[in-house]
Ligand binder design. Structure first.
Ligand code: PLP
Length: 463
């Protein structure tokens, strides 16, 4: 017979886990940010076969320190400047714990009404919080849904765009447009959707999509007998946080009947602050928009939001109703069934952590959080610019600073490697065309002035 923890054992072990996590977060900045392990080191610490007999929970906790921690990359360190942040926060962790405990499947309204209704309500809040078009709220023609990742959302809307254009052409003759700085999820989405062509367009000096190039490429493709179906604008590209001209792209998209999707995976969080909304004009001409609370908004992975301006094409594409999913509430049409809003059927109660984070910090607290990171990034960029040894490689509209050593690629790569080898920080070396640069992404939950000062001291010392 399986041996379950008794309620008292669950309490005791649960408190021990919370204590362990609280100590981790309290001391996370003491760890070398990047793990010092070789491939296979962690696996070698585990037995080759699963245990036949039950093990005591205290042994599992011991192995957190012995087996897991040596191989952890400390994304929650305040000295984390690599990639983009993947923040968590205490209210988010606790909500995740509760969500696991409730263990509900929110695929239909009827399979857990609270999971659906809280999600709908919180995503409506976010429309106002981010200054998005009010028609994207649940009482308008549009609506929002939580999905696993920005990639999933982009893949899903490309399938919708394909289905919408089905009557015009074969998928193999369809074309999707994107800047050559766009995230790889667009190309992958074209593969997933079976779309024949993904055009990665040349960008301007600020690494943003050039509307003239877009227009000319569309015209040339039409002349070649192809069928343009969608264009994706980025607000904050992965390499440099470049911002595509959403309004101009939207006008071109509308004139050719293309689906216009916006990928604001990282920078969407900044829109909580009104001053950043200058980077998202023209949203009225957008068909779908995605952003990751799981990057910069302190909601732990996974939590990505997709909004559509009109929910009908999405639901028409994703809805399949086998008899075992039929139920009275859905049949009345009075409820939202989120399984019809994405590819998977099952879905976790992710709205709880979004709700708890927004309530715990308040919108004002979230604004302060974003503004402080942007201030720290501006200050770092100022230091870089004032130093003859370095140069900025791109504008820094948000909290990512991209710079290189004037000594060239070797000096730049050597500096990035030296920074990461200290264990005191993690940065990402990156490349556009033939030029290497260092990305410093400021945005971890606990990053403060003293951390960025220490980073700059290290850069100064190692350059
Ligand atoms: N889009 C952009 C602009 C990104 O920067 C990223 C990841 O960094 C993604 C999409 C992919 O995000 P996800 O991991 O949620 O799929």
């Amino acid at each position: 017979m399986a041996q379950h923890m008794t309620p008292d054992e669950f309490r005791e072990n649960g408190y021990a886990v919370v204590d362990w996590l609280a100590s981790y977060l309290e001391n996370v900045e003491e760890y070398p940010v990047l793990p010092e392990v070789e491939p296979g080191d962690i696996a070698a610490l585990m037995p080759d076969h699963a245990p036949e007999a039950p093990e005591h929970f205290s042994d599992l906790l011991t192995d957190l320190d012995r087996v897991v921690m040596p191989g952890i990359t400390h994304w929650q360190s305040p000295n984390w400047y690599a990639y983009f942040p993947a923040n968590t926060s205490p209210p988010s962790i606790l909500a995740e714990f509760v969500s696991a405990g409730l263990g509900v499947q929110g695929m239909l309204w009827s399979t857990s009404p609270a999971a659906t209704e809280i999600e709908t309500k919180v995503l409506d809040w976010l429309v106002d919080m981010l200054g998005l078009p009010s028609g994207w709220k649940s009482d308008g023609p549009g609506g929002g849904v939580i999905q696993m990742s920005a990639s999933d959302s982009t893949h899903a809307v490309l399938v919708v765009a394909r289905e919408r254009a089905r009557y015009k052409a074969n998928a193999q003759d369809m074309v999707v447009y994107v800047s050559n700085q766009a995230h790889s999820s667009v190309e992958k989405g074209c593969t997933v959707a079976g779309i024949g062509h993904c055009r990665r367009l040349d960008v301007d000096d600020d690494f943003a999509l050039d509307p003239f190039v877009l227009e000319h490429t569309i015209d040339a493709d039409i002349a070649d007998g192809l069928t343009p179906i969608a264009v994706i604008s980025a607000i904050g590209t992965t390499a440099t946080t470049a911002v595509d001209p959403v309004e101009a792209v939207g006008t071109i998209a509308a004139s050719h009947g293309l689906w216009h999707h916006v990928d604001a995976a990282y920078a969407g969080t900044a829109m909580i602050c009104e001053e950043f909304r200058v980077y998202q004009p023209g949203l009225d001409l957008v068909d779908s928009y995605t952003f990751n609370p799981h990057k910069w908004m302190m909601v732990n992975f996974d939590c990505n939001v997709l909004w559509v301006a009109d929910r009908e094409p999405l639901i028409d594409t994703m809805s399949i109703l086998p008899p075992y999913l039929r139920n009275e509430a859905s049949d009345t049409g009075a409820v939202v069934d989120y399984r019809d809003w994405h590819v998977p059927l099952g879905r976790r109660f992710r709205a709880l952590k979004l709700w708890w984070v927004i309530r715990s910090y308040g919108v004002e607290g979230l604004r302060d959080f974003v503004r402080e990171h942007v201030r720290l990034a501006d200050e770092l960029a100022f230091r870089v610019e004032a130093d003859d040894r370095f140069e900025l490689v791109a504008p820094h509209p948000f909290a990512l600073v991209c710079f290189r050593h004037v000594g060239g690629n070797d000096a730049t790569r050597a500096l990035a490697d030296a920074l990461n080898a200290t264990g005191r920080v993690a940065v990402t070396p990156s490349q556009i065309d033939d030029e290497w640069f260092i990305r410093v992404s400021i945005g971890q939950t606990y990053t403060e002035q003293r951390h960025v000062d220490a980073l700059w001291d290290l850069v100064d010392e190692l350059a």
